[in-house]
Design a protein. Structure first.
Length: 79
């Protein structure tokens, strides 16, 4: 999954794992990025890879991190 996200945009996986991702520059100052766009792409990538039953659990989520956490719990229970 991580490779798919990285291939599309290097920051997308960070949004999925870490929620609102804002990178820091070399001095440690936060650099605003279009995290809304990155989050939206991450959500689409997640939704496109889901079965209908899993999609129904997460389609109303606002953040990709929220989706990821719900899916992690769902798949953890089935493994």
């Amino acid at each position: 999954m991580m490779s798919f996200f990285d291939a599309c945009h290097i920051d997308i996986w960070d949004v999925v794992e870490n929620d609102n991702y804002i990178p820091a520059n070399k001095e440690g100052a936060k650099i605003p990025k279009s995290s809304y766009l990155i989050n939206s792409k991450a959500k689409i990538f997640l939704m496109c890879s889901l079965t209908k039953s899993k999609y129904e659990k997460v389609h109303n989520c606002k953040l990709s991190k929220e989706m990821w956490d719900i899916l992690a719990l769902a798949y953890e229970c089935t493994s």
